[in-house]
Design a protein around this ligand. Sequence first.
Ligand SMILES: [Zn+2]
Length: 238
Amino acid sequence: MRKIPREQIELLIELQVKETAATKIQLVLDALPVKIAEIASVLNTFEAAIEAQKEHLAELKKLYRSFDADVRTNQERIKKREEQLRSVTTNKEYQAILKEIDEIKKASSRIEDETLACLEKIDAAESEVKEKEKEYAIEAEDVARQTADLETKSREQRQSLDELLSERNSLAEKIESSLIKDYEFIKPKARGIAIVEVKECICSGCHMNIPPQMYNELHRGDELRACPHCHRMLYVIQ
Ligand SMILES: [Zn+2]
């Protein structure tokens, strides 16, 4: 049993209130970087989809270039065969070259069809890239807005935290050092809450009953008692 002026106990209670509030804010602030990263991660999905679509588009363009080259090669071949036609001497040879020209033309026509189909696919892929980039821009704006909101709230909370800590320090200066020492000793073993209220004989720290006599004595409000179960400092509201 230790005689303590009631005013000192009141200060200690107030100190605990400030510290608890500060811890709550600190937890929110600590979780903030993860929250911001989570919000930004939505954009990764969009970036990956745009990247995949761009790769697909690049492949289509490559295919288009190869079709185009084939068409040119065939045009050259036809030109060459037509020149040959002028110098052939036999009908058989003439017919053979004509047949060859016809085959090249047929092949070329097939390639041209494929080229057209490829161009259509390129157009579709380009539209899709644009569409996805538009969606990305909207999402990015939303992410930026949410992040800015969180940063504003975080600044406000940092300010509240600073105020609480400074109030806490002013209180601590008014409390006897031996009392602060006891308080700090109990705190880490009591999940940060060193001084708790007793209501109807029950410790609000561990929710166990304290002896009725101790409860009665606490009502005098001039001594510091510890909970026999959780060892927290106890007080009753008078
Ligand atoms: Zn207790």
